[in-house]
Design a protein around this ligand. Structure first.
Ligand SMILES: Nc1ncnc2c1ncn2[C@@H]1O[C@H](COP(=O)(O)OS(=O)(=O)O)[C@@H](OP(=O)(O)O)[C@H]1O
Ligand SMILES: Nc1ncnc2c1ncn2[C@@H]1O[C@H](COP(=O)(O)OP(=O)(O)O)[C@@H](O)[C@H]1O
Length: 305
């Protein structure tokens, strides 16, 4: 396993690192692994013919409210009523545009396409969701995220990691570690994670995300069950003993202010879907921890369409 840390100052943040996936071998591609096509049967002159094509999909079925993430403010989308039947190719039905005001954006209209989340899921043979890994710095979030991505990849499942450290190199480079900026960091990441889930991807977000209300706000962006919170329940003294980047040492010495767990709060989840904690003072290996999460996904039906 090769993990290299390069300390950097990006935008308003200092002491952040790019997290590299431990190197791993990709399995040989096997035909049909991702199940691109669904087989449909039809008859020609009484002969049953099987054909394969990407399912044209549920235009007729119109939209499911779960995919509209209806909790995200009062968005009424053109032709998106859950009871309304849309013609196959008609993404924007004329005359039914519904203007909305969302945050500071007014006069905006939701554009819908007949290729939807479930169609992408059919293609990928998995269900899009967000695995939200939270915990103190050094609790093993990034390591778990990589092990999970590796384990799922080996099973032919498409994942993408949104790592807090990494996002602060780009999308979130303008944010500091003040509570408001952490909240904005989590909000943006939650929105991006939601898009990945909508794409049918199993999105693994790994951020300290110290505030319960910020994590809960991300949960509320997704359909019931699609936000899976994983709490790395590793005590501060263990994280501090690990201190792979030397940040706890700097925080104890007062050289980093507002460091989570030292002079900044961490609110543990109260009802997370999965808690990963030490057994009698010993941590399971990252692969064993990843297997716990993979079993959960399997049990809940996320590893098939
Ligand atoms: N003040 C302070 N507090 C906590 N962490 C700090 C701080 N300054 C820098 N770092 C480094 O930034 C990484 C955490 O970034 P996140 O985006 O996950 O943080 S947060 O969710 O906005 O709280 C975190 O990475 P991880 O160790 O992977 O958690 C640290 O390396
Ligand atoms: N399950 C584990 N058992 C033992 N050590 C671990 C485990 N997971 C991670 N570590 C080690 O703990 C340190 C912090 O892990 P990391 O994934 O960078 O945490 P975080 O992303 O939460 O800051 C690293 O040195 C890593 O090798």
């Amino acid at each position: 396993m090769i993990i290299r840390f390069n300390m950097a100052s990006i935008g308003k943040c200092s002491s952040i690192y790019w997290t590299t996936s431990p190197e791993f071998d990709f399995p040989e591609p096997s035909s049909g692994k991702l199940g691109l096509c669904k087989s449909f049967g039809f008859s020609i002159s009484g002969t049953h013919v099987k054909t394969s094509f990407v399912a044209p999909l549920r235009a007729i079925e119109a939209s499911r409210t779960s995919q509209l993430n209806g909790k995200a403010e009062n968005i009424q989308r053109a032709g998106c009523d859950s009871n309304q039947v849309l013609p196959t190719n008609d993404c924007n039905v004329k005359g039914v545009h519904q203007m909305s005001t969302i945050g500071n954006s007014s006069n905006i209209v939701w554009h819908k396409c007949s290729v939807e989340k479930c169609d992408r899921e059919e293609l990928l043979q998995q269900r899009g969701c967000v695995i939200w890994v939270t915990g103190l710095s050094g609790s093993g979030k990034s390591t778990l995220a990589c092990a999970l991505s590796r384990g799922l990849h080996a099973r032919g499942k498409l994942t993408y990691i949104l790592d807090g450290d990494n996002l602060r190199h780009g999308l979130n480079r303008d944010l500091s570690f003040r509570a408001e900026d952490r909240a904005e960091n989590i909000r943006r990441t939650g929105e991006v994670a939601k898009l990945f889930a909508d794409a049918g991807v199993i999105c693994i977000a790994s951020l300290i995300s110290p505030y319960r209300k910020d994590r809960d706000a991300c949960r509320s962006l997704l359909a019931e069950g699609d936000f899976i919170e994983v709490f790395m329940d590793v005590p501060l003294h263990v994280c501090e003993a690990r201190d792979p980047k030397g940040l706890y040492k700097l925080a104890r010495a007062g050289k980093i202010k507002g460091f989570t767990g030292i002079d900044d709060p961490y609110e543990p989840p109260l009802t997370s879907e999965i808690v990963l904690r030490q057994n009698q003072g010993l941590c399971d290996s990252p692969d064993d921890l990843a297997d716990i999460v993979i079993s959960y996904l399997d049990k809940k039906g996320y590893l098939k369409a």
